[in-house]
Ligand binder design. Structure first.
Ligand code: NAD
Length: 272
């Protein structure tokens, strides 16, 4: 497969992470370009990554194989409608915008209604900024096998990329991983506060909590048994862990998590 030429429309935080990730993977600098109306942002991206960056979205997409829409959802319609006359049939559109369904993008991007473009819609999450993200990807029927690979390579540059087989699953991805970092931050806050109340210096409680979260995630990722089995293995009858787990369960922990994620998925569907 030839290295695709990738154009970023909008060069903010998420685009900068993707550009950094692609370059780190060895994608040649001349294969990546971007556009952004912010002069300061253009100077920053150009200095950090050495890619070509301009103010004109139409100039950025000329000759690109993959076009990444990395603007905020509020400006997406205007950006797409202005881009439509400058697109060609063979170009893949990758949208990372939250809450914008493929059929809206198709409508805004096609100069003629029958010429819908190939679209991959993604839901990444903020750890992508550290290349530790995870994304759900959904492809419309027009996306070719080669284009799927190109989209996967793009999102893999900032973490793990997982394909979905229905667009509605994006709402569940939003509930689990899109909003998920905040749930872990909340748990880190609560465990740190509890550790402090139990007599630890705040900084010690915070470090113990964060390193435990990281270690537990790595164990779960690297183990060949599931999280429930890992938990059973560290929970001795009548021990300290069992005392805590029993207390979590008596408070309805699992039901609460289910309820919280359902609320996030419902909100995601409402926003689309
Ligand atoms: P950001 O504000 O950092 O970047 C957006 C960029 O778009 C800015 O640099 C802005 O100058 C530029 N822009 C504005 N109008 C434009 C136009 N007309 N043409 C071209 N560029 C224009 O935002 P971000 O955090 O990078 O988010 C970008 C997209 O990624 C959003 O749609 C968001 O929903 C999605 N997203 C972000 C995250 C995240 O963790 N940051 C997670 C999931 C999805």
């Amino acid at each position: 497969m030839n290295e695709p030429r990738i154009a970023f429309i909008g060069a903010g935080n998420m685009a900068a992470s993707l550009i950094g990730g692609l370059l780190a993977q060895g994608v040649p600098v001349e294969r990546i370009r971007a556009s952004d109306p912010g002069a300061e942002q253009r100077a920053k991206i150009s200095a950090e990554h050495g890619i070509f960056i301009c103010a004109d979205n139409a100039e950025a997409v000329a000759g690109a194989d993959v076009i990444v829409l990395a603007v905020k959802p509020q400006v997406m319609k205007r950006v797409c409608q202005a881009l439509a006359p400058h697109l060609s049939d063979s170009q893949l559109i990758v949208s990372i915008a939250a809450g914008i369904p493929c059929n809206s993008l198709e409508r805004w991007l096609s100069a003629q209604p029958e010429a819908a473009p190939a679209i991959v819609r993604c839901m990444p999450n903020t750890p992508a900024l550290l290349r530790q993200g995870v994304s759900g990807l959904y492809a419309t029927a027009r996306v070719t096998a080669e284009q799927r690979q190109q989209a996967e390579q793009l999102l893999s540059a900032v973490g793990v990329a997982l394909w979905l087989d229905a667009e509605q699953q994006i709402d569940a991805v939003t509930a689990v991983s899109g909003s998920g970092p905040a749930y872990f931050f909340l748990l880190i806050e609560a465990m740190t506060a509890a550790g402090e109340q139990l007599g630890l210096p705040r900084e010690t409680a915070a470090q113990l909590t964060m390193q435990t979260a990281l270690g537990a995630a790595r164990m779960a990722l690297e183990s060949d048994v599931d999280a429930a089995e890992l938990r059973r293995r560290v929970t001795s009858p009548n021990g300290t862990t069992e005392a805590a787990i029993t207390s979590f369960q008596a408070g309805g922990f699992e039901a609460l998590v289910h309820q919280a994620l359902t609320a996030a998925a419902t909100r995601s569907a409402e926003l689309a």
